[in-house]
Write a protein of this length. Sequence first.
Length: 515
Amino acid sequence: MKRGFDTIAILDFGSQYTQLIARRVRESHVFSEIFPHDVKAREILKKRPKGIILSGGPASVRFSKSPRCDREIFNLGIPILGICYGMQLMSKTFGGGVEKAKRREYGYARLKVKAKNPLLSGLVGKTQVWMSHGDEVTKLPARFRIIGYTKNSPIASMEQKDKKLYGVQFHPEVVHTEDGKKIIKNFILKICGAKGNWTMTSFVREAAANIKKETGKGKVMLALSGGVDSSVLSVLLRRAVKERLTCIFVNNGLLRAGESERIVEVFKRHYHINLRCVDAEEGFLGALKDVVDPEKKRKIIGREFIRVFEKEAKRLGGIKFLAQGTLYPDLIESRSSFGGPSATIKTHHNVGGLPARMKLRLIEPFKYLFKDEVRLVGRELGLPDEIIHRQPFPGPGLAVRIIGKVTKYRLDILRKADKIVIEEIKRKDLYRDIWQSFAVLLPIKTVGVMGDERTYENVIAIRAVKSLDGMTADWVRLPQDLLAGVSSRIINEVRGVNRVVYDISSKPPSTIEWE
Ligand code: XMP
């Protein structure tokens, strides 16, 4: 990919903050890319980075098996900033001393700048920094000097001016470090000399040009779900390849109320995108008949999706490219050098099985972006807030929010209840503050009384969670009057429901979706 902007390479030693470093760099309008810690120096060179940041990590450089980087990286003549573990590794590499800290330091500390230097320039007095380390640099490597210290860390920051090597024991990437942004900016702009010209405008321009070049005259297909990523991608692709794009929208019968109509209105009428709406409700519901096991549901839905796409691609003929809204966190997770394969909690289906079988080439223009950056791209492309700020919706749709058998009757109950939840949350202006809010249909019936009659009907559970990335989540303390309003509306307006409960569990140990 041709790039008209500077890059900072980040080597990942397994810190929980690595992605945060990448984001901080990008906030200074410099592109950043994360690499596994053991990437070869020649691979790094191919990207022509202006600077390299070594992340923190949970290991200790005192042990020989701990993660190292290619030593050649220190000979490239590119400025390097080591953060925490990264600084300790730098120290060790150049013959300095690293020892177990007498007291593991975790939390706030006050940093004092010791000598005039470009990394900590502009910091005044004692500035608050965030520490989280078990080891510390106890002896400076030759030709390094101390540039900052705290009460417990005499070598909290160090510099080797000629080679432009810098280290910080604390974490400038976290918000608790008062001048963290300034320090990162100092490194990438002043020390590395990167140009801060990476903006969403430049991203959109370059991405469109690259897609145009890559696809030539070939036809492109995109599975449009109506979620943020595929919606933004469809508009970007429309700009890049015009009529050669066809979006496939599958009504699998598991969608929320009014979804199909909305998609046609927005994408076909407004953006003039070639849109194929495939009504596959019968096929999906038929395949799901009597299925209760959550994993089986997911696998069946994934398989049905692939079947539909294959059929559509064949029908359209000559499709060469499949576009996907893969995001950076998905990419990093799948190539992470740490953690190893994690247990399958839930099978997240996507159309990933397609290209291998059909020999389609993948186009993933967002594979280096974070979710909020995709939203900015959407804004740049003029998409309305209503689309850009939609809450996530799982691929298997309402099937994983109906516990037990999935039938048309039960789907209709859930759709009506879900619509009320969303309407009421929007009415209170809480929609954008909440990661996800929805209704779940339980597989039990309970007794109630309506008028003078005994009822024996379904239970709806309400779920609302706050989260940053869906990996962890906390249940939202929704106002009681809102809950009361939702409950009363659902019981009055949705036939077949006589009880509403609120889910007060966080993730972990619960998951966001019930299945
Ligand atoms: P869980 O339920 O695992 O969900 O806590 C975490 C986030 O992922 C979404 N989710 C899915 N998204 N396909 C998707 O595209 C799936 O199969 C799927 N399952 C869960 C869920 O809505 C939440 O945002």
